[in-house]
Design a protein around this ligand. Structure first.
Ligand code: MG
Length: 376
């Protein structure tokens, strides 16, 4: 598939001599986990995070823990997987593997109960799901303007753009990042939310200066300004800015989010259900966030996140990656599953009658993938 030229700040872009600092953060493979029961139900989970390693963890460590178990015991099975891997797991690819299985188990639970997963999680908390458009990868000001105007025309009332200039370009680059935001704000006017993504690309000092310079543009949030472990520095940044800070896309489990809450580090949590520990952990984190007045707006589109958003009062909206050519990898799910919700006038709807996650594998694009299959 064709890839367009995308530019954004990354953790590597903070280092000198990085000619292609985006490369490790684009991905072109995906893991689909199928769990089959002796009753003939098949549940689907998936992982976009480091799929080759994640697949090894499913195959060599997790699959054997599930054989012979009751798939409806999701709480117990999460705990069994988490505790079996805790010595080397807790975060990252191991949690992505556990998440994919947990999502597949909830899919099965929905099929067995003949209810959508969001109903099992608590039911509807909203008539439909508002979304914000997530793209704007270019740093060319004319293209940025055109794209932003197009999203607004399509009915989206929020859109996320990327910091196009790395920290290594200093104040000159910082000014260009501000210029990008100014252009988008001028294009869409005051009634559209603008979110700014930094994808872990900055340090405390740069982030503090950037936030100060961004104050006039009424950002809905500034996302992942720092590396995920800099919880203490997020808390310091939050004290000095009126711009809401978001993060958590690379944080894991109730324990990780408890640390963020205790430190008062973020205003908005952005876990991805297929990294954070599946529905089993996502539900707990939403409840903790609700108590602390923190919003949860999960990373990525995809049904596993939409079922969470629909069923929790902590979640005001969802991210929406449009159905485009593959640019950074976040769009790949459109080519893998049937049943992913499509936004109309910026809103998504879930079917009250469709049991489980509501997904099946898409046949249309299979010949464009190199498929590797493992069975247990
Ligand atoms: Mg992000």
């Amino acid at each position: 598939m064709k890839t367009s030229d995308t530019i954004f700040a990354t953790p590597l872009s903070a280092l000198p001599f990085q000619s292609d600092a985006q490369a490790p953060f684009r991905f072109f493979s995906w893991l689909v986990v199928e769990v089959e029961t002796d009753g003939g139900h098949v549940g689907y989970g998936n992982a976009g995070l480091c799929p080759d390693v994640t697949q090894q963890i499913v195959d060599t460590k997790l699959a054997s823990l599930l054989l012979g178990e009751n798939p409806l015991n999701t709480e117990y099975l999460f705990e069994k997987m988490y505790r079996s891997t805790v010595a080397y797991g807790r975060k990252g690819a191991v949690l992505a593997a556990i998440s994919a299985i947990d999502i597949a188990l909830w899919d099965i639970k929905g099929l067995v109960m003949n209810q959508p997963v969001f109903v099992l999680l608590g039911g509807r908390t909203k008539p439909c799901i508002p979304t914000y458009y997530s793209r704007l990868y270019t740093r060319d000001l004319d293209s940025l303007q055109q794209e932003a105007a197009q999203f607004k025309k399509e009915g989206f009332t929020g859109m996320k753009m990327r910091c196009g200039y790395p920290m290594t370009e200093g104040m000159k680059g910082l000014k260009k990042n501000v210029e990008m935001v100014r252009v988008v704000r001028e294009t869409v006017g005051d009634d559209v939310d603008i979110m700014l993504e930094a994808y872990m690309g900055f340090n405390f000092s740069y982030a503090r200066q950037l936030l100060k310079a961004m104050e006039p543009y009424n950002l809905r949030w500034a996302e992942e300004l720092l590396l995920p472990d800099e919880i203490h520095n997020f808390a310091r940044l939050k004290q000095g800015t009126s711009i809401p800070l978001s993060g958590g896309e690379h944080e894991y489990t109730r324990y990780g989010f408890h640390d963020l809450l205790q430190a008062k580090a973020l205003d908005i949590f952005q876990f991805d259900t297929n990294r954070v520990g599946g529905f089993t952990e996502a539900q707990k984190i939403c409840n903790m966030a609700l108590v602390h007045g923190v919003e949860v707006i999960p990373h990525g589109g995809q049904m596993h996140n939409l079922h969470v958003v629909m069923s929790s009062f902590a979640c005001p909206m969802a991210e929406y990656f449009p159905q485009t050519e593959i640019e950074v990898g976040n769009e790949m799910f459109w080519y893998i599953f049937n049943g992913e919700a499509i936004a109309v006038e910026g809103q998504l709807q879930l079917d009250d009658k469709l049991p489980g996650m509501g997904l099946t594998l898409k046949q249309d694009y299979l010949d464009q993938f190199n498929i590797v299959t493992h069975e247990h």
